[in-house]
Structures are given as C-alpha cells and as structure tokens.
Design a protein around this ligand. Structure first.
Ligand code: ZN
Ligand code: ZN
Length: 67
C-alpha cells in the first residue's frame, strides 16, 4: 500500500518511517526491516538508533509490540 503522507514536502520519495520513533529513515541509515512476527503482513522498520537502543516497536496492523 502506498499512500502519500508527506504533502507539501519537497521530496517526492516516500521514505519509510521507523516503527519505533516514527522518524523518516534515510537511505544510508543502518536500519533493519522485517515483517511483523505476529501477523506477518506489516513491514516493521527500525532505524539505527532504535536498533541500538533496543526500543520496542508496534505493528500498525495488529498492534503487536516486540523488541
Ligand atoms: Zn527509530
Ligand atoms: Zn502485526
């Protein structure tokens, strides 16, 4: 699903957002992405800082929270 979330921004590229801190993930970020281990449909993104801090993520589809 592709929805334009960033209207009015100069960038036309839709950057993924970190599922932990909800910041945009830059292409050179050492992020990780994986499917939700609970529902398997949602793609979880974790930015570098959240990965290092081991912050919890929340799946936007099933609200599953995991480390
Ligand atoms: Zn983050
Ligand atoms: Zn899920």
């Amino acid at each position: 699903m592709m929805f334009a979330e960033s209207r009015g921004m100069s960038s036309t590229i839709s950057l993924p957002t970190c599922s932990c801190c909800h910041r945009h993930i830059m292409p050179n970020d050492k992020c990780v992405k994986f499917n939700c281990p609970n529902c398997g449909t949602d793609l979880i993104w974790r930015c570098e800082s959240c990965r290092e801090a081991a912050r919890n993520y929340t799946c936007s589809s099933c609200n599953f929270q995991g480390p």
